[in-house]
Design a protein around this ligand. Structure first.
Ligand SMILES: *[C@@H]1O[C@H](CO)[C@@H](O)[C@H](O)[C@H]1NC(C)=O
Ligand SMILES: *[C@@H]1O[C@H](CO)[C@@H](O)[C@H](O)[C@H]1NC(C)=O
Ligand SMILES: *[C@@H]1O[C@H](CO)[C@@H](O)[C@H](O)[C@H]1NC(C)=O
Length: 594
């Protein structure tokens, strides 16, 4: 194609329409019959990734939603929190003698005559939320978004005009007429001023409210969920709790969402039990054109250009280790264990064992030391990792909180829980506030959940009549006094600070390098050459002879530590030196446990 005939950002549906017309006019019946892609995705992929269009696409979030024009191209970063099944819709219909499409739209592109020929197509509906525990420094990537951000009054007016246009549109929309014998006409709705007033909303917004957000019952101000409609993508492509960037057509206004309820009914009536039970939710919609899975490293938008060569990595490692040392009151063993822990991740599963995890239990905290070091450590971890959670484990907390996600059959939604987390989230569990006492059944269940997470990296989701085990990958750090014994961590280390820790704020450049380091080196491939393998095996046999209690999980832990030590230097192959460092670290750690 020579040049683009349409503006992909301002008018993505133009591209949809044009390519559809072209496909139809070239006699592409399959397109009409099943709605499979007719070249739209390629156009957008080309625009976004080869023509550097991505940076022009504004981010959809709580701040931008009030000025983003409907039907424009946006991107949304979020975790798949719930999968709402498949939805059938009128994908194509005949307008006179011309086929038209409604793909990537909430409402029909033009009036549909109920007697005209139609094709029912299918799309998947995902409920996505901002990634839980995302650090505030994870700022959205740069985007040229200012074009709509002129003055408030101006875009207020603009919005109003668009709303009216949408209402006019609905006026003639067949979906509406089809379901209700005589629907409230759009004109009547306009007379009522706010169509939503009459329905379930208690608090209509005042005239000057720039944002529609607070009319939406489903979410809090700073956390904007999004209903993502996915087309032509294999089921296995998008899983619960995966994190994606979705790029697609943005639609959102209350008129549309009100109308959506009706269209659901319509589809329900029309297609009976074939339609998935998709609940209607009043949140913005994104009709997805392109999606890409995001790993933790993609949360660092302004990554420094660091060459991942061992020399440079070694330097970053030293500096970071020094930082951890000072935060941990000069406890070198703790700093080394912490570094390995921060680099850990589940990289494979062998039977039920999650290989690669390395939970760390720092014990021996007192009331005083936890208030000094605990807070500091927390801040440091939050400043280093993009996704973190902090659980203050008390009896009250255990008794009262919902850790596991739970299916609510009344609303047909998965109600999230504290442990519904994206892969790679760091979780600090502060056990120091835990007193002796009794737990009720919720509390007991929560302890069991935490224990399973720690041992197996799994979380059981509660579907009332049965449980569903979901694989997890959480880095677990426990701060404890060392009295209770509820959770089994991989590394237990009595914490021995020798100075009051100091937490000077570091310069931004160092911080960025550490973030880059922590999220990147953990994914390095790693192997053990036969020669080193032999040494390792001999050492393990020897260790076993010295201590009959050593079991497979100890060996597995040592091998994990060896791998982590190695990658912490940016090495992809275990060296004798690094293996010896692990053995020494273990010796020092075990000495403290005596
Ligand atoms: C457990 O106790 C908490 C308050 O401590 C209460 O809110 C909760 O409903 C109780 N759960 C059960 C199952 O008794
Ligand atoms: C937790 O529940 C148990 C059992 O009902 C109760 O005895 C205990 O007081 C509760 N603890 C808190 C802190 O709510
Ligand atoms: C941490 O270690 C202490 C001391 O061994 C133990 O009492 C506590 O239960 C452990 N906590 C976890 C979460 O492993």
């Amino acid at each position: 194609m020579v040049g683009l005939l349409f503006d992909c950002v301002a008018n993505p549906l133009g591209a949809v329409r044009l390519t559809f017309e072209k496909a139809v006019s070239s006699g592409s019946d399959p397109v009409i019959f099943n709605g499979k892609d007719w070249g739209v995705f390629d156009i957008f992929r080309e625009f976004l990734f080869n023509k550097d269009g991505l940076s022009q696409v504004p981010i959809l979030d709580h701040a931008s939603i009030s000025w983003l024009p409907p039907n424009s191209l946006v991107r949304f970063r979020g975790m798949v929190q719930d999968m709402l099944g498949n939805e059938l819709y009128v994908g194509a219909f005949k307008d006179g003698s011309t086929w038209k499409t409604n793909k990537f739209m909430d409402v029909a592109s033009s009036p549909m005559d109920p007697s005209s020929e139609m094709r029912i197509w299918e799309r998947r509906v995902l409920y996505c939320v901002p990634v839980p525990g995302q650090a505030s420094w994870v700022s959205p990537p740069e985007a040229a978004i200012d074009r709509c951000q002129s003055s408030t009054s101006q875009h207020g007016e603009k919005r109003q005009r668009e709303d009216n246009a949408a209402i006019d549109h609905m006026d003639s929309d067949v979906l509406e007429h089809e379901t209700k014998g005589s629907p409230p006409s759009a004109k009547k709705m306009r007379e009522d001023e706010l169509p939503c007033k009459s329905s379930q909303q208690q608090e209509p917004p005042s005239e000057e409210t720039p944002s529609l957000l607070h009319m939406v019952p489903d979410f809090d101000e700073n956390s904007l969920p999004c209903l993502v409609k996915v087309y032509d993508s294999p089921e296995s492509d998008l899983k619960l709790n995966d994190v994606f960037e979705f790029i697609g057509v943005f639609t959102y206004n209350l008129e549309l969402t009100t109308q959506k309820d009706d269209s659901d009914e319509f589809f329900g009536d029309l297609c009976d039990d074939t339609v998935g039970d998709v609940p209607s939710i009043k949140v913005p919609h994104l009709h997805c054109l392109v999606h890409r899975k995001l790993g933790v490293q993609e949360f660092l938008h302004c990554s420094p250009i660091i060459e991942p060569v061992p020399n440079i990595i070694r330097g970053i490692r030293e500096a970071l280790l020094g930082h951890l040392m000072s935060v941990l009151g000069n406890d070198g063993v703790a700093a080394h264990c912490m570094l390995l822990h921060l680099l850990s991740k589940v990289h494979t599963r062998v039977d039920t064992v999650a290989v690669g995890r390395l939970s760390l239990n720092l014990t021996g905290f007192t009331r005083e030391s936890i208030s000094v070091f605990g807070n500091q450590l927390n801040l440091v971890i939050q400043s280093l990792l993009p996704l973190t959670r902090y659980l203050p484990l008390t009896l009250e907390y255990l008794n009262a909180s919902s850790l596991a996600p739970r299916k609510d059959y009344r609303t047909n939604r998965l109600v999230t829980g504290v442990l519904q987390l994206a892969e790679g989230t760091h979780v600090t569990i502060d056990e120091t506030q835990l007193k002796v006492g009794t737990l009720n059944s919720t509390g007991v269940e929560n302890v069991r959940l935490l224990k399973n997470l720690m041992e197996w990296q799994k979380v059981e989701y509660d579907f009332e009549y049965y449980k569903v085990e979901m694989m997890a990958d959480a880095q677990l750090l426990i701060l404890s006094e060392g009295k209770s014994n509820i959770l089994p961590a991989d590394l237990v280390l009595p914490f021995h600070p020798s100075t009051v820790g100091s937490f000077e704020s570091r310069d931004a450049e160092a911080l960025q390098a550490w973030r880059w380091y922590l999220s990147n080196v953990k994914s390095l491939p790693h192997s053990i050459e036969p020669e080193i393998q032999k040494t390792v095996e001999n050492d393990l046999v020897e260790a076993r002879q010295a201590d009959r209690n050593l079991g497979t999980h100890d060996f597995s832990r040592l091998l994990t530590m060896a791998r982590l030590m190695s990658v912490s230097f940016g090495e992809t192959c275990l060296s004798l030196e690094h293996w010896q460092m692990v053995k020494e670290l273990e010796r020092l750690r075990l000495e403290r446990l005596k």
